[in-house]
Design a protein around this ligand. Structure first.
Ligand code: SAM
Ligand code: SF4
Length: 466
């Protein structure tokens, strides 16, 4: 299959060494290009990844913020992960769910337990869920996952709220499974390649279905050819040279965009966290420093400006707040990484969890922090529900038009949160932000309509969006 060659390892390795020590003027030129919002080629991205002085790094960080603001505006989309099973037949050396971890208490949630978890998440104000599980075809089959999706959508809390968008992150599927997934109405389907470096991949995935690099690399080809509209990609940072992973993510994005006219809806940037009985989650040979992490977030934002970039609670509260400024557009909040974790009393070293968390704040605390940093927490699900997906979404996102919807919808969904779930302190802070942000909506008609929606929500209406 010639398509599998779309990650060109030797080209990328050469590029990394040929672009070392870029001059200040070259960086300025590339950053000027980034501000045109057309993305960057691999050579330009490689120069940025090789920035090695604080002056140039600051310019890069500043540019990525401008690019993110141009495309998505001032909002940050929030979601919560929901793990339904920690059974796994694979043995990924970095993961707490690996089959060799005999200490892990394994569980598959029943449909009633899944509904209870959903209720806990709804009560935090969330409207979007990311559903996950390990890969175990006997103990938690794919058809059960489909039933679990229906179970989540069926739950309503005391405020009458339900989950409006389910994104999915499960092991690579075959053609017929994607066709089934398409029928239950999900948002984005995500799989991380973990590492794009073949040799490292084989070392890290010694057994199980996941040991097949090409099966994983071609997942999005199967997804987009079999009814999925929005796909998410990612790399697990810390397994190999971060510059190699970022350039591969960009190459993967360009390949999908060229072949399907749809680039990745999201790119995720997880960094390895310590996990019980997972030897490759400690003493990392390719550990990524905070400084390099900021750099890589900014390079992805400049190189693939239209993509949503997802930051999880694997990062600390302080770093997360800083990264809002460098191009991140979606964050998880109040997360648990074990099946049943929302119901249990919270413990940082969650024994049934996939890895240890770094940001252990409640959703409410994260939301307040986002507001204090001047960003609008958004629970918006409008695009997917209006069919603004796949190519249609890209048509709006690429030229920076999507923020015309993101901005009002962030405000209406935040307003719902304030009326239904927020504490008085958050409400006061947020109301000021809502009024300030409302005044910046450039189009008169949209601004007036948004103001009307806010009043209608105050009077009890829900789910108003553009
Ligand atoms: N089990 C499926 C798979 O591997 O494709 C679904 C995704 S798994 C539940 C979620 C992701 O968690 C993995 O793709 C991996 O990148 C990440 N992960 C695993 N171990 C981790 C660790 N120790 N620290 C941070 N992220 C980890
Ligand atoms: Fe299983 Fe996914 Fe963990 Fe690998 S990363 S052990 S496939 S849950």
């Amino acid at each position: 299959m010639s398509d599998i060659k779309f990650i060109d390892e030797s080209f990328i390795e050469n590029l990394i060494s040929e672009t070392e020590n870029p001059s200040e003027s070259l960086i300025d030129e590339i950053l000027y290009k980034a501000l045109q919002l057309q993305g960057l080629d691999l050579v330009d991205a490689a120069y940025l990844l090789n920035i090695n002085n604080s002056g140039a790094l600051n310019k890069l960080l500043h540019t990525s913020f401008k690019v993110k603001q141009e495309i998505y505006g001032n909002r940050l989309v929030l979601f919560a992960p929901l793990y339904i099973s920690n059974f796994c037949a694979n043995n990924c050396l970095y993961c707490g769910f690996r089959s060799d971890n005999k200490d892990l208490v394994r569980r598959v949630l029943s449909l009633d337990e899944i509904k209870e978890e959903t209720l806990s998440i709804l009560r935090q104000g969330h409207k979007r869920i990311l559903m996950l599980m390990g890969e175990h075809h006997k103990d938690c089959p794919f058809d059960y996952f489909l039933e679990a999706i229906d179970a989540v959508y069926s739950v309503k809390d005391e405020k009458g709220s339900s989950i409006r968008r389910i994104n999915v992150e499960i092991a690579p599927l075959d053609e017929s499974e994607f066709q089934k997934l398409n029928k239950v109405h999900i948002g984005t389907y995500t799989v991380f390649q973990e590492t794009y470096h073949r040799e490292t991949y084989h070392k890290m995935h010694p057994g199980g279905i996941k040991s097949d690099y090409d099966w994983r690399l071609t997942t999005m080809d199967r997804a987009l050819s079999n009814g999925m509209h929005d796909v998410g990609i990612g790399a697990l940072f810390g397994l190999y040279d971060f510059r190699f992973e970022v350039l591969s993510l960009i190459q993967h994005s360009k390949y999908l965009d060229k072949k399907f006219n749809v680039g990745p809806h999201t790119i995720s940037i997880p960094r390895i966290r310590p996990a019980a009985n997972a030897p490759a989650s400690f003493n990392l040979e390719h550990a990524v420093s905070d400084e390099d992490f900021k750099k890589l977030v900014s390079v992805i934002r400049c190189a693939v400006p239209y993509t949503g970039m997802i930051l999880s609670t694997r990062e600390s509260a302080e770093l997360r707040s800083e990264l809002f400024n460098y191009g991140v557009s979606q964050i998880s909040a109040g997360s648990r990484t074990s099946p049943g974790g929302y119901k249990q009393a919270f413990s940082e070293t969650d024994e049934a969890g996939q890895f240890t968390l770094n940001d252990c704040r409640t959703s409410g605390e994260v939301i307040r922090d986002v507001i204090q940093h001047g960003f609008v927490p958004s629970f918006c699900t409008a695009c997917y529900r209006l069919g603004r997906v796949g190519e249609d979404f890209m048509e709006q996102a690429k030229p920076g038009l999507i923020k015309l919807f993101c901005q009002p919808n962030a405000l209406t969904t935040l307003k719902e949160y304030l009326v239904d779930y927020a504490d008085p302190e958050t409400t006061q802070l947020a109301e000021e932000l809502v009024q300030k942000e409302l005044a910046t909506i450039p189009n008169d008609k949209v601004r007036e309509k948004t103001a009307q929606y806010l009043t209608r929500i105050e009077s009890g209406e829900r789910d108003l969006y553009l």
